[in-house]
Design a protein around this ligand. Structure first.
Ligand code: DUT
Ligand code: MG
Length: 242
């Protein structure tokens, strides 16, 4: 039910201007609505580069990226980006209240919608502990918040937009294991038929994903569930053991 967006990569290769080596090389996969597609790989593997191709921050060199079967190069940028809730690896908050920061994702969101997004993002408890709640002022773009608190506000900012596609680039890395698990389970419950694309470096964060894409030096080293990859993917096994 509702709007949904399937994301398909078909033999996608991407190179930064002037770079000798492709950052993303011949990648194909399908991310389905209502499911979580995780991307794991060591630092520099190309995870951020790959997900930034979806909102078309960069154009690819060859292959194609399709959203609901339509090549994103044939879509209006506005139409494409409206579908996407992108939480960048370095979440940036601005000096202003918590509510203003969350509402940055959707200007006309009501206080209740802001609260609901904070609830799903597992941020409501620390926000409520503050005297001014969602009207608490964020100093100097976040100097009075922890890294994990900032990440959760950035996640709430994406949630309040109710996009068809969520992209979380390492957005759980500063969270403890318990909060990480609670957040992922709340996301599953609250995001309905949206497509979730989740980048991570630790196995715990990707274990329950419907499919895990293993990236290694820009190339696809495997796709499967945790159990499947654990059985026969040496790169994944190395990540698990590290
Ligand atoms: N790269 C550039 N220019 C950029 C960004 C990255 O040349 O503006 C290179 C560095 C690296 C490759 O692209 O060799 C992939 O980088 P990316 O940031 O995509 O890797 P990651 O998997 O997201 O690494 P991390 O886990 O450290 O975020
Ligand atoms: Mg990255």
């Amino acid at each position: 039910t509702g709007a949904h967006a399937e994301v398909e990569f078909k033999n996608v290769t991407f190179r930064y201007a002037g770079a000798e080596k492709a950052a993303v090389e011949d990648i194909s996969f399908l991310a389905k609505p209502g499911e979580t597609t995780a991307i794991i790989g060591s630092t520099g593997a190309g995870k951020t580069s790959l997900v930034q191709l979806i909102p078309r921050f960069y154009d690819i060199e060859s292959g194609s990226i399709l959203v609901n079967g339509i090549d994103i190069r044939e879509m209006k940028q506005h139409t494409l980006r409206e579908k996407i809730g992108y939480v960048p690896q370095k979440a940036s908050l601005f000096s202003g209240t918590i509510a203003e920061n969350v509402r940055f994702g959707a200007k006309d969101a009501t206080d209740q919608e802001v609260m609901d997004a904070l609830q799903t993002a597992q941020a409501i408890d620390f926000v409520n502990e503050k005297e001014d709640g969602i009207n608490t002022y964020i100093e100097q773009a976040g100097s009075n918040l922890s890294g994990g608190q900032k990440q959760r506000l950035a996640i709430a900012r994406a949630l309040v937009r109710k996009p068809e596609i969520y992209i979380f680039d390492d957005s759980f890395s500063a969270l403890d294991y318990k909060t990480d698990a609670k957040l992922r389970s709340a996301l599953k419950e609250e995001t309905g038929n949206s497509t979730i694309i989740l980048v991570a470096q630790r196995v715990n964060t990707v274990m329950d994903a419907d499919r895990i894409i293993v990236l290694n030096e820009g190339k696809l080293a495997g796709i499967g569930t945790h159990e499947e990859l654990l059985k026969d993917n040496t790169i994944y096994q190395e990540i698990v053991e590290s």
